[in-house]
Design a protein around this ligand. Sequence first.
Ligand SMILES: [Mn+2]
Length: 313
Amino acid sequence: MNVTAEIREKIKQNDKIIIHRHVRPDLDAIGSQVGLATWIRDNFPEKQVYCVGEDDQSLSYLATMDQIEDDTYNDALVIVCDTANHPRIDDDRYHLGKEIIKIDHHPIVDQYGHTNWVDTEASSTSEMIYQLITENHDQEYKLTTKVAQLIYAGIIGDTGRFLFPSTTPRTFEVASELVKYPFDRSEIYQNLYELEPHIAKLQGRLLDQLAIDETGVVGIKLTKELLDKYQVTVDQSSSLIQVYGNIKGINCWAMFVEEDDQIRVRIRSKGKKINHVAEQFNGGGHPLASGATVYSWEEADQLLATLKQVCSK
Ligand SMILES: [Mn+2]
């Protein structure tokens, strides 16, 4: 039995399924998690299916999470989507179930599942979910418009609207099937790039103070004071990361966002691989897009210095 048939079989055999994804969810995390959950609910209405993790305000137009008690995990099948290593799984109760399946397209960091399906050639975990629910049918399953919307959104997010090199002929084949469903595509685009005016003003201030040196590495520090001044929340600040990719001379950039007890770091690169730097600072992710956590501004500067070393090689 191939792996998709094996995973479908486990889904069939289990009455209770809890689906997780990575912290600080992006479109692919939500698209794969809730896309799979919705497909299971549509096809197996008698099963109990839950999606867990923190709600992300900017993605609430697509889906919201379920709140469950610890004992819901008794005898549950747990599926974790789009997460390379166990510290990045949102809601650390994932191990309370009876069995774990990992479905992911990131380079392998740790194989925390009893079953691990990792395909680093896939553009997104959402593309893998499409494969899971359509490949080698032994019976008819329905694929609803909501599932198509979620999977499409995940692919859009992780491929940068089909622009990143991770986009393959297969990605377009999947997308061409998905757009046959009547969901609102422009809603996804709008939500991806639309900025609220107060966030745009903070962006203007950051760009005004931008300094690019010969390494092409830029650090953007969002202190609590700055966020408060512009009334921008930590979640909202994630939309500020994208603009730096359009600026000539910037090869790699890290955005530091101060929270109560830690500083969240988002790292992006145009070419040099930076996920191993993220791993050194309590994080991980893709070669060109990773996340990390530091606990002081001194440590933030160490991370920046490491990035400058990597990028000047
Ligand atoms: Mn992904």
